[in-house]
Design a protein around this ligand. Structure first.
Ligand code: AGP
Length: 607
């Protein structure tokens, strides 16, 4: 999630841009830059922090009243000075800053290269600048409108032209963008905090809006090219609240980001109704046929995504699969060779144990695939192939949206391999593809009922012992649900195979116990229901997470929270959401520091 800020008015623009970018730093970024239109159209940008950008600016004398700034969260192209934004067009007469993913940038880039254009960076954003220049004949707005017709994907962009000193043009498609209104000046930002010190009057742009902004006017055209008036809203938040989008904690904001994250994680990976992973297309069918075993290796939440991967890989690839905690794996002597496919899952891409496990696997000859969130991170650089999950910066220590994206991308990769190997029937692929596209809405349907979870959580103040139980994929979910509760509410919780309770843990169940029974995996739902009955017989309290329509569970559980029907194998992508919410609301009811839980770090770069 990149940060964008822009200004046009009578003030010197540079201080406003730097101030705005600093207010967006909390979102996480790997490089920063500004473009200012004064005597000339000048870009100054650098990898690293805004401090580094300020150092670079000391050698420049950038004066002007129109400009844009950008903090980059890399999606395409490693973090470096060349890939940082803003990006020039080929003539350097146009600059663009961008937040989002252009799905068809490679096709457009090939087309422009064929027409003789030379690119400087590896980014999708630069293609936008070159494309706008292709259409530019002196009217920036018209050129942007024409380029808009050819761009596929999610993007918020701001565009400036050297020839037009009185305006800039912005577009909002999926990625957020707002206009801030001033007197004789106007602002743009990807997020309210960037401009809150200058104005509280904002226009929240809608999908498809193309906007020409001068210092005295904001003209909006909708996706159909009609001139429209968008409502002006007053921002009531203070800066701190604004950073969390009005949510009390980053963790809750990131949970509520999940419908968008689910969309972004699959973007460009389902084409013409079929699974396609461009980052893996050079892995041949022969290579895949030669694979004799699969390993997933990771830590914490990422490990739990690997447990989901194990069940899916066995089912769809018909191979032996092991899922390993990296800190154990790295000190064993695992039986790995050149016919092993090793998936390494990591949000940060910097976890020491995971990196060590990756290096061990490579040393033993395994082919490695990284499922990573942070672009250009160590894991991303050291694996043979990396598939980014595009979850955007995850600020809360407790991982939520990254887990959802990891599970989704693992499923997409495994289904893509199964298709390549002829192990996925056309009708099965069709059903799965259609269900992927339905997931964001189903996730939103769960979030729309979050108050039910909050109400239940308010009744759990005396809970001392919690078990999360489930079978098959529901067991994988139980592990993640338990970790979430442990790490932010400090209540002891265990994820356990539902069938195993009677082999010991049932002795712990008392009326003070809370059992969260995840019963969404249809083939085993009756078995799990009997385990719930075992718990009830010992007076344990049961919150059941079940699929809509499975009403008999209501007669047994104390509270049932229904998740929408989906294909069993994709259920973890959305069924984890109530588990994240229960952990959040229990912790919130205890007034804990949810975003920064005691003793924990966001990225564990020590052993
Ligand atoms: C997740 O909520 C935890 N913060 C932690 O378990 C985390 O998943 C683990 O440290 C792995 O981090 P990584 O995904 O960045 O490698």
């Amino acid at each position: 999630m990149c940060g964008i800020v822009g200004y046009i008015g009578d003030k010197e623009v540079l201080p406003i841009l730097i101030d705005g970018l600093k207010r967006l730093e909390y979102r996480g970024y790997d490089s920063a830059g500004v473009a200012i239109l004064g005597e000339d159209l000048k870009v100054v940008k650098t990898q690293g922090r805004i401090k580094a950008l300020e150092e670079r600016l000391k050698d420049e004398d950038l004066k002007g009243n129109l400009g844009v700034g950008h903090t980059r969260w890399a999606t395409h192209g490693a973090p470096n000075n060349v890939n940082a934004h803003p990006h020039y067009s080929e003539s350097k007469n146009i600059v663009v800053v961008h937040n989002g993913i252009i799905e068809n940038y490679l096709e457009l880039k090939k087309m422009l290269v064929k027409e003789g254009h030379d690119f400087r960076s590896e980014t999708d954003t630069e293609v936008i600048a070159y494309l706008i220049e292709e259409f530019y004949e002196g009217d920036l707005l018209e050129a942007v409108k024409k380029a808009y017709e050819m761009l596929e994907g999610s993007y918020a962009i701001a565009v400036m032209s050297k020839d037009q000193k009185d305006c800039f043009v912005v577009v909002r498609k999926d990625s957020p963008l707002i206009v801030g209104l001033g007197k004789g000046e106007n602002f743009i930002a990807s997020d309210i905090p960037a401009i809150l010190t200058y104005t509280r009057e904002i226009i929240i742009l809608e999908n498809g809006d193309i906007v020409k902004i001068t210092k005295d006017d904001v003209s909006v055209w909708d996706a159909n090219g009609n001139s429209v008036k968008r409502p002006v809203q007053q921002v009531q938040w203070n800066v701190e609240d604004a950073k969390k989008g009005g949510f009390k904690h980053f963790m809750l904001k990131e949970i509520f980001d999940e419908p968008t994250v689910i969309k972004e994680a699959m973007r460009g990976r389902i084409k013409n109704g079929s699974f396609e992973i461009p980052e893996l297309e050079q892995i041949s069918v022969d290579y895949l046929k030669n694979i004799r075993q699969i390993f997933f290796v990771a830590c914490g939440t990422a490990y739990h995504a690997g447990v989901v991967g194990k069940y899916l890989a066995e089912k769809y690839l018909k191979l032996p699969v092991q899922v390993e905690v990296a800190s154990e794996f790295r000190y064993r002597d695992p039986m790995i060779d050149g016919r092993t496919l090793l998936f390494v899952i990591s949000q940060s891409g910097e976890t020491t144990d995971t990196l060590a496990a990756l290096r061990l696997g490579k040393k033993k000859g395994a082919k490695t695939i990284g499922i990573v969130n942070v672009v250009g991170s160590s894991v991303a650089r050291e694996v043979d192939n990396v598939v980014y999950v595009h979850a955007g910066p995850e600020i809360a220590v407790a991982s939520t949206k990254a887990y959802v994206a990891q599970v989704e991308v693992v499923a997409l990769v495994l289904l893509y391999f199964a298709k390549k190997l002829g192990l996925l029937s056309v009708e099965n692929e069709k059903a799965l593809v259609s269900e992927f596209f339905a997931l964001p809405e189903k996730a939103q349907a769960i979030l729309d009922r979050s108050n039910e979870i909050a109400e239940f959580a308010s009744t759990t103040k005396t809970i001392e012992e919690t078990f999360y139980i489930g079978r098959n994929l529901d067991y994988a979910l139980s592990l993640e649900g338990a970790l979430k509760l442990k790490e932010i509410s400090y209540v002891h919780a265990e994820g356990y195979p539902a069938g195993e309770l009677k082999h010991g843990p049932l002795a712990l169940v008392t009326p003070q116990s809370l059992i969260i029974a995840i019963d969404t995996y249809a083939p085993l739902r009756k078995k799990t229901l009997s385990n719930i009955k075992e718990v009830k017989a010992r007076q344990g309290r049961v919150l059941a997470i079940a699929t809509k329509g499975y009403s008999e569970i209501e007669e047994v559980a104390d509270k049932t929270f229904y998740v929408p029907q989906t294909i069993d194998d994709l259920s973890p992508v959305i069924s984890v959401i109530p588990l994240q919410l229960i952990a959040y609301y229990i912790a919130e009811s205890r007034g804990l520091d949810i975003d920064k839980p005691r003793n924990l770090a966001k990225s564990v770069t020590v052993e």
